[in-house]
Unconditional design. Structure first.
Length: 389
Protein backbone atom coordinates (compact mmCIF):
# COMPACT_ATOMS: atom_id res chain seq x y z
CA UNK A 1 0.00 0.00 0.00
CA UNK A 2 1.27 3.44 -0.87
CA UNK A 3 2.39 5.60 2.01
CA UNK A 4 0.50 8.58 0.57
CA UNK A 5 -2.80 7.41 1.99
CA UNK A 6 -1.74 7.29 5.62
CA UNK A 7 -1.61 11.01 6.29
CA UNK A 8 -5.21 11.43 5.24
CA UNK A 9 -6.93 8.21 6.05
CA UNK A 10 -7.01 5.64 8.84
CA UNK A 11 -4.47 2.89 9.24
CA UNK A 12 -5.16 -0.50 7.74
CA UNK A 13 -4.98 -3.83 9.52
CA UNK A 14 -1.21 -3.53 9.83
CA UNK A 15 -0.10 -0.41 11.66
CA UNK A 16 2.07 1.77 9.40
CA UNK A 17 5.14 3.58 10.64
CA UNK A 18 3.52 6.94 9.92
CA UNK A 19 0.39 6.08 11.87
CA UNK A 20 2.55 4.88 14.75
CA UNK A 21 4.43 8.17 14.75
CA UNK A 22 1.15 10.08 14.64
CA UNK A 23 -0.13 8.00 17.56
CA UNK A 24 3.00 8.80 19.56
CA UNK A 25 2.50 12.48 18.75
CA UNK A 26 -1.05 12.23 20.05
CA UNK A 27 0.13 10.66 23.31
CA UNK A 28 2.83 13.29 23.73
CA UNK A 29 0.38 16.08 22.97
CA UNK A 30 -2.00 14.76 25.62
CA UNK A 31 0.80 14.45 28.18
CA UNK A 32 2.22 17.89 27.46
CA UNK A 33 -1.24 19.43 27.45
CA UNK A 34 -1.65 18.22 31.02
CA UNK A 35 1.74 19.56 32.05
CA UNK A 36 2.02 22.74 34.03
CA UNK A 37 2.25 25.84 31.85
CA UNK A 38 2.43 29.36 33.26
CA UNK A 39 -1.08 30.75 33.26
CA UNK A 40 -2.08 34.24 32.26
CA UNK A 41 -4.68 36.43 33.80
CA UNK A 42 -4.30 35.03 37.32
CA UNK A 43 -4.13 38.54 38.70
CA UNK A 44 -7.63 39.22 37.39
CA UNK A 45 -9.90 36.22 37.98
CA UNK A 46 -12.92 38.02 36.59
CA UNK A 47 -11.25 38.79 33.24
CA UNK A 48 -14.09 41.08 32.20
CA UNK A 49 -13.37 42.66 28.83
CA UNK A 50 -14.10 46.39 28.60
CA UNK A 51 -16.27 47.73 25.80
CA UNK A 52 -14.53 48.55 22.53
CA UNK A 53 -13.92 52.19 21.72
CA UNK A 54 -15.71 52.48 18.39
CA UNK A 55 -13.44 55.32 17.33
CA UNK A 56 -10.55 52.81 17.18
CA UNK A 57 -12.39 50.15 15.20
CA UNK A 58 -10.28 48.40 12.58
CA UNK A 59 -12.05 47.69 9.30
CA UNK A 60 -12.22 44.04 8.30
CA UNK A 61 -9.94 43.35 5.36
CA UNK A 62 -7.28 45.83 6.39
CA UNK A 63 -3.86 44.47 5.45
CA UNK A 64 -0.62 44.18 7.40
CA UNK A 65 -2.17 44.26 10.86
CA UNK A 66 0.23 43.08 13.59
CA UNK A 67 -0.48 39.48 14.56
CA UNK A 68 -0.10 37.34 17.70
CA UNK A 69 0.34 33.57 17.39
CA UNK A 70 0.08 31.26 20.41
CA UNK A 71 -0.78 27.73 21.49
CA UNK A 72 -2.94 27.18 24.56
CA UNK A 73 -0.76 24.25 25.73
CA UNK A 74 2.66 22.80 25.07
CA UNK A 75 3.17 20.84 21.89
CA UNK A 76 5.89 18.35 21.03
CA UNK A 77 5.51 19.09 17.33
CA UNK A 78 5.08 22.87 17.52
CA UNK A 79 8.05 23.59 19.77
CA UNK A 80 8.76 27.03 18.30
CA UNK A 81 5.21 28.33 18.81
CA UNK A 82 4.67 30.55 21.84
CA UNK A 83 2.56 28.98 24.59
CA UNK A 84 0.10 31.10 26.56
CA UNK A 85 -2.22 29.10 28.79
CA UNK A 86 -5.63 30.74 29.28
CA UNK A 87 -7.21 31.21 32.71
CA UNK A 88 -8.57 27.95 34.13
CA UNK A 89 -12.21 28.96 33.66
CA UNK A 90 -11.70 29.68 29.97
CA UNK A 91 -9.38 26.94 28.75
CA UNK A 92 -10.48 25.41 25.43
CA UNK A 93 -11.65 21.77 25.25
CA UNK A 94 -8.63 20.91 23.05
CA UNK A 95 -5.09 22.14 22.57
CA UNK A 96 -5.59 25.13 20.31
CA UNK A 97 -3.62 27.43 18.05
CA UNK A 98 -4.87 31.02 18.08
CA UNK A 99 -3.79 33.56 15.47
CA UNK A 100 -5.20 37.04 16.04
CA UNK A 101 -4.67 40.66 15.07
CA UNK A 102 -3.32 42.66 18.00
CA UNK A 103 -4.71 46.07 17.03
CA UNK A 104 -7.83 47.23 18.83
CA UNK A 105 -10.84 46.14 16.82
CA UNK A 106 -13.77 43.79 16.36
CA UNK A 107 -12.98 40.86 14.08
CA UNK A 108 -14.85 37.91 12.54
CA UNK A 109 -13.66 34.50 13.72
CA UNK A 110 -12.58 31.55 11.58
CA UNK A 111 -12.77 28.09 13.19
CA UNK A 112 -10.18 26.14 11.20
CA UNK A 113 -9.83 22.33 11.13
CA UNK A 114 -6.51 20.80 10.11
CA UNK A 115 -6.12 17.73 7.91
CA UNK A 116 -5.71 14.15 9.16
CA UNK A 117 -2.77 13.94 11.61
CA UNK A 118 -1.38 17.30 10.46
CA UNK A 119 -0.18 19.55 13.32
CA UNK A 120 -2.12 22.81 13.41
CA UNK A 121 1.12 24.81 13.48
CA UNK A 122 1.92 23.60 9.94
CA UNK A 123 -0.63 26.18 8.72
CA UNK A 124 0.81 29.22 10.51
CA UNK A 125 2.02 31.04 7.39
CA UNK A 126 -1.42 30.78 5.80
CA UNK A 127 -3.28 31.69 8.98
CA UNK A 128 -1.04 34.67 9.74
CA UNK A 129 -1.90 36.19 6.36
CA UNK A 130 -5.59 35.82 7.12
CA UNK A 131 -5.17 37.31 10.59
CA UNK A 132 -3.20 40.28 9.28
CA UNK A 133 -6.20 41.02 7.07
CA UNK A 134 -8.60 41.28 10.00
CA UNK A 135 -9.66 37.80 11.10
CA UNK A 136 -9.17 35.80 14.29
CA UNK A 137 -8.34 32.16 13.59
CA UNK A 138 -8.93 29.39 16.13
CA UNK A 139 -7.39 26.04 15.12
CA UNK A 140 -7.88 23.14 17.58
CA UNK A 141 -5.68 20.04 17.40
CA UNK A 142 -7.19 16.54 17.21
CA UNK A 143 -5.80 13.09 16.49
CA UNK A 144 -8.42 10.74 15.05
CA UNK A 145 -7.50 7.47 13.34
CA UNK A 146 -10.66 6.01 11.81
CA UNK A 147 -13.15 6.80 9.06
CA UNK A 148 -15.88 7.71 11.54
CA UNK A 149 -15.55 11.45 12.14
CA UNK A 150 -18.57 11.69 14.44
CA UNK A 151 -16.56 12.23 17.62
CA UNK A 152 -14.38 14.85 15.93
CA UNK A 153 -17.47 16.72 14.78
CA UNK A 154 -18.75 16.74 18.36
CA UNK A 155 -15.38 17.97 19.67
CA UNK A 156 -15.34 20.73 17.06
CA UNK A 157 -18.82 21.77 18.19
CA UNK A 158 -17.42 22.21 21.70
CA UNK A 159 -14.77 24.51 20.24
CA UNK A 160 -17.44 26.59 18.53
CA UNK A 161 -19.21 26.98 21.86
CA UNK A 162 -15.90 27.91 23.51
CA UNK A 163 -15.36 30.61 20.89
CA UNK A 164 -18.76 32.04 21.66
CA UNK A 165 -18.46 31.85 25.45
CA UNK A 166 -14.75 32.27 26.27
CA UNK A 167 -12.60 33.55 23.41
CA UNK A 168 -13.11 37.21 24.24
CA UNK A 169 -12.04 36.68 27.85
CA UNK A 170 -8.94 34.79 26.70
CA UNK A 171 -7.90 37.50 24.26
CA UNK A 172 -8.44 40.15 26.91
CA UNK A 173 -6.22 38.22 29.32
CA UNK A 174 -3.54 37.70 26.67
CA UNK A 175 -3.20 41.36 25.71
CA UNK A 176 -1.40 43.42 28.35
CA UNK A 177 -0.72 46.51 26.23
CA UNK A 178 -4.19 48.03 26.51
CA UNK A 179 -5.45 47.03 23.06
CA UNK A 180 -8.93 45.55 22.97
CA UNK A 181 -9.62 42.61 20.67
CA UNK A 182 -13.26 41.62 20.37
CA UNK A 183 -14.24 38.47 18.43
CA UNK A 184 -17.46 38.87 16.49
CA UNK A 185 -19.03 35.49 17.20
CA UNK A 186 -22.02 36.49 15.06
CA UNK A 187 -19.68 36.25 12.05
CA UNK A 188 -18.28 32.78 12.78
CA UNK A 189 -16.77 31.16 9.68
CA UNK A 190 -16.20 27.41 9.45
CA UNK A 191 -13.12 26.31 7.51
CA UNK A 192 -10.91 23.27 7.03
CA UNK A 193 -8.33 21.47 4.91
CA UNK A 194 -8.48 17.84 3.75
CA UNK A 195 -10.30 15.78 6.43
CA UNK A 196 -10.77 19.10 8.21
CA UNK A 197 -12.81 20.20 5.20
CA UNK A 198 -15.10 17.24 5.80
CA UNK A 199 -15.48 18.27 9.45
CA UNK A 200 -16.16 21.84 8.33
CA UNK A 201 -18.93 20.64 6.02
CA UNK A 202 -20.45 18.53 8.81
CA UNK A 203 -20.42 21.50 11.17
CA UNK A 204 -22.00 23.80 8.59
CA UNK A 205 -24.72 21.19 8.03
CA UNK A 206 -25.49 20.98 11.75
CA UNK A 207 -24.35 17.36 12.14
CA UNK A 208 -23.19 17.86 15.74
CA UNK A 209 -25.84 16.34 18.01
CA UNK A 210 -24.52 18.19 21.06
CA UNK A 211 -25.64 21.55 19.64
CA UNK A 212 -29.16 20.57 18.58
CA UNK A 213 -30.68 22.45 21.52
CA UNK A 214 -28.09 25.23 21.36
CA UNK A 215 -27.26 25.56 17.65
CA UNK A 216 -24.07 27.21 16.49
CA UNK A 217 -24.67 29.48 13.53
CA UNK A 218 -22.03 29.93 10.85
CA UNK A 219 -22.01 32.73 8.33
CA UNK A 220 -19.85 31.06 5.65
CA UNK A 221 -17.99 27.84 4.81
CA UNK A 222 -14.45 27.64 3.37
CA UNK A 223 -12.82 24.32 2.43
CA UNK A 224 -9.34 23.68 1.02
CA UNK A 225 -9.10 20.41 -0.91
CA UNK A 226 -11.71 18.63 1.26
CA UNK A 227 -11.55 14.81 1.38
CA UNK A 228 -14.46 12.58 2.35
CA UNK A 229 -12.59 9.27 2.52
CA UNK A 230 -10.07 6.98 0.81
CA UNK A 231 -12.45 5.61 -1.85
CA UNK A 232 -16.03 5.72 -3.07
CA UNK A 233 -16.59 2.18 -1.77
CA UNK A 234 -15.54 3.01 1.80
CA UNK A 235 -18.12 4.16 4.31
CA UNK A 236 -17.05 7.42 5.89
CA UNK A 237 -19.21 8.96 8.59
CA UNK A 238 -20.83 11.36 8.18
CA UNK A 239 -20.87 10.77 4.44
CA UNK A 240 -20.49 13.95 2.39
CA UNK A 241 -19.80 12.58 -1.10
CA UNK A 242 -21.34 9.74 -3.10
CA UNK A 243 -21.45 8.65 -6.73
CA UNK A 244 -24.06 10.20 -9.01
CA UNK A 245 -24.76 13.32 -6.96
CA UNK A 246 -26.67 16.20 -8.49
CA UNK A 247 -26.42 18.80 -5.71
CA UNK A 248 -28.85 16.74 -3.65
CA UNK A 249 -26.91 15.41 -0.64
CA UNK A 250 -25.61 18.37 1.38
CA UNK A 251 -28.07 21.24 1.62
CA UNK A 252 -26.12 24.18 2.99
CA UNK A 253 -27.91 27.25 4.28
CA UNK A 254 -24.79 29.44 3.99
CA UNK A 255 -22.42 30.47 1.17
CA UNK A 256 -19.54 28.08 0.48
CA UNK A 257 -16.11 28.16 -1.17
CA UNK A 258 -14.52 24.89 -2.32
CA UNK A 259 -10.91 25.30 -3.45
CA UNK A 260 -9.11 22.15 -4.55
CA UNK A 261 -5.74 21.08 -5.90
CA UNK A 262 -4.82 19.40 -9.16
CA UNK A 263 -2.07 17.11 -7.88
CA UNK A 264 -4.13 15.94 -4.92
CA UNK A 265 -5.90 13.48 -7.21
CA UNK A 266 -2.67 12.08 -8.69
CA UNK A 267 -0.69 9.01 -7.69
CA UNK A 268 -1.43 5.32 -7.14
CA UNK A 269 -3.02 6.11 -3.78
CA UNK A 270 -3.84 9.83 -4.06
CA UNK A 271 -4.14 11.98 -0.97
CA UNK A 272 -7.35 13.53 -2.31
CA UNK A 273 -8.86 10.87 -4.62
CA UNK A 274 -11.07 12.24 -7.38
CA UNK A 275 -14.05 10.20 -6.17
CA UNK A 276 -14.15 11.88 -2.80
CA UNK A 277 -12.51 15.30 -2.99
CA UNK A 278 -13.36 18.86 -3.97
CA UNK A 279 -15.24 17.98 -7.17
CA UNK A 280 -17.45 15.50 -5.35
CA UNK A 281 -18.22 18.03 -2.62
CA UNK A 282 -19.38 20.55 -5.19
CA UNK A 283 -21.48 18.01 -7.11
CA UNK A 284 -23.14 16.74 -3.93
CA UNK A 285 -23.90 20.12 -2.36
CA UNK A 286 -26.35 22.96 -2.73
CA UNK A 287 -26.03 26.44 -1.27
CA UNK A 288 -27.42 29.95 -1.67
CA UNK A 289 -24.06 30.70 -3.34
CA UNK A 290 -21.20 28.26 -3.86
CA UNK A 291 -17.91 28.65 -5.71
CA UNK A 292 -15.71 25.78 -6.88
CA UNK A 293 -12.27 26.02 -8.47
CA UNK A 294 -8.88 24.42 -8.04
CA UNK A 295 -5.17 25.13 -8.46
CA UNK A 296 -4.08 22.83 -11.28
CA UNK A 297 -0.32 22.79 -10.67
CA UNK A 298 -0.33 22.38 -6.88
CA UNK A 299 -0.61 19.43 -4.53
CA UNK A 300 -2.77 18.57 -1.56
CA UNK A 301 -0.15 19.68 0.98
CA UNK A 302 0.98 22.84 -0.80
CA UNK A 303 -1.33 24.94 1.39
CA UNK A 304 0.98 24.18 4.33
CA UNK A 305 4.05 26.07 5.55
CA UNK A 306 7.32 25.89 3.63
CA UNK A 307 8.97 24.25 6.65
CA UNK A 308 6.65 21.21 6.55
CA UNK A 309 8.86 19.58 3.90
CA UNK A 310 8.10 15.99 4.94
CA UNK A 311 4.58 16.36 3.58
CA UNK A 312 6.02 16.39 0.04
CA UNK A 313 7.07 12.78 0.60
CA UNK A 314 3.57 11.74 1.60
CA UNK A 315 1.59 13.61 -1.07
CA UNK A 316 2.67 14.67 -4.59
CA UNK A 317 3.56 18.34 -4.72
CA UNK A 318 3.66 20.77 -7.62
CA UNK A 319 6.85 22.37 -8.87
CA UNK A 320 5.62 25.86 -8.05
CA UNK A 321 6.49 27.75 -4.87
CA UNK A 322 4.03 27.10 -2.03
CA UNK A 323 4.12 30.79 -1.14
CA UNK A 324 2.31 31.66 -4.38
CA UNK A 325 -0.51 29.26 -3.59
CA UNK A 326 -0.86 30.51 -0.01
CA UNK A 327 -0.97 34.12 -1.17
CA UNK A 328 -3.60 33.38 -3.79
CA UNK A 329 -5.58 31.24 -1.34
CA UNK A 330 -5.74 34.14 1.11
CA UNK A 331 -6.73 36.51 -1.69
CA UNK A 332 -9.49 34.13 -2.77
CA UNK A 333 -10.79 33.51 0.76
CA UNK A 334 -10.83 37.23 1.57
CA UNK A 335 -12.63 38.01 -1.69
CA UNK A 336 -15.20 35.31 -0.96
CA UNK A 337 -15.79 36.51 2.60
CA UNK A 338 -16.07 40.15 1.57
CA UNK A 339 -18.59 39.16 -1.06
CA UNK A 340 -20.73 36.93 1.14
CA UNK A 341 -20.44 38.76 4.47
CA UNK A 342 -20.19 42.37 3.35
CA UNK A 343 -21.87 42.31 -0.06
CA UNK A 344 -18.73 43.59 -1.80
CA UNK A 345 -18.37 41.35 -4.88
CA UNK A 346 -15.82 43.34 -6.90
CA UNK A 347 -12.75 41.30 -5.95
CA UNK A 348 -14.50 37.93 -6.22
CA UNK A 349 -15.89 38.85 -9.62
CA UNK A 350 -12.43 39.95 -10.73
CA UNK A 351 -10.92 36.59 -9.74
CA UNK A 352 -13.70 34.65 -11.44
CA UNK A 353 -13.51 36.78 -14.60
CA UNK A 354 -9.71 36.51 -14.82
CA UNK A 355 -9.30 32.90 -13.75
CA UNK A 356 -7.03 32.05 -16.72
CA UNK A 357 -4.26 34.45 -15.71
CA UNK A 358 -4.16 35.55 -12.11
CA UNK A 359 -1.36 35.58 -9.53
CA UNK A 360 0.69 32.99 -11.49
CA UNK A 361 -1.69 30.27 -10.25
CA UNK A 362 -3.25 28.18 -13.02
CA UNK A 363 -6.89 27.54 -12.16
CA UNK A 364 -9.64 25.30 -13.40
CA UNK A 365 -12.69 26.92 -14.91
CA UNK A 366 -14.74 28.26 -11.97
CA UNK A 367 -18.09 26.65 -11.28
CA UNK A 368 -20.75 28.68 -9.50
CA UNK A 369 -23.89 27.25 -7.91
CA UNK A 370 -26.53 29.88 -7.34
CA UNK A 371 -30.22 29.39 -6.55
CA UNK A 372 -30.32 25.90 -7.99
CA UNK A 373 -28.38 26.71 -11.17
CA UNK A 374 -24.78 25.80 -12.04
CA UNK A 375 -22.80 28.08 -14.31
CA UNK A 376 -19.28 27.90 -15.74
CA UNK A 377 -17.19 31.03 -16.06
CA UNK A 378 -16.34 31.23 -19.79
CA UNK A 379 -12.80 31.34 -21.12
CA UNK A 380 -11.84 34.72 -22.57
CA UNK A 381 -9.23 33.23 -24.88
CA UNK A 382 -10.92 30.22 -26.44
CA UNK A 383 -14.36 29.83 -24.93
CA UNK A 384 -13.29 26.62 -23.20
CA UNK A 385 -11.96 25.81 -19.77
CA UNK A 386 -9.04 23.61 -18.78
CA UNK A 387 -9.45 19.91 -19.34
CA UNK A 388 -8.91 19.24 -15.64
CA UNK A 389 -12.38 20.44 -14.68
Amino acid sequence: MSRSVFLLHPCGKSLSLLCLIALLFACWETTLGLASTPSIGSHNPENVSPELDSSKHTEVGASDLPVLVFQTSRSMVCLTTQVIQPPQAHRPPASTLVVTPTATGTYPVILFKHGFSIPNCFYIQLLKMLASSGYIIVAPQYFTFDTDSTSEVEETAKMAIWIRDSLQQVLHAVKADGSIIIPNAASLIMAGHSRGGKIAFAMALGKASSTKDDPIKFSALVTLDPVDGPSSSSISKPQMVRDGCNHDLNHLAIPALIFGSGYGEKGVMPCAPSCCSHRGYFNCSSSPLMYHLSAVEYGHMDFLDDSSVATDIVCPSGNMARKQLRQFTVRLVLAFLRATLEGSFDEMEYIVDNWENIDSVKLTQPEIYRAGDVSLQPSKSSGHGHDEL
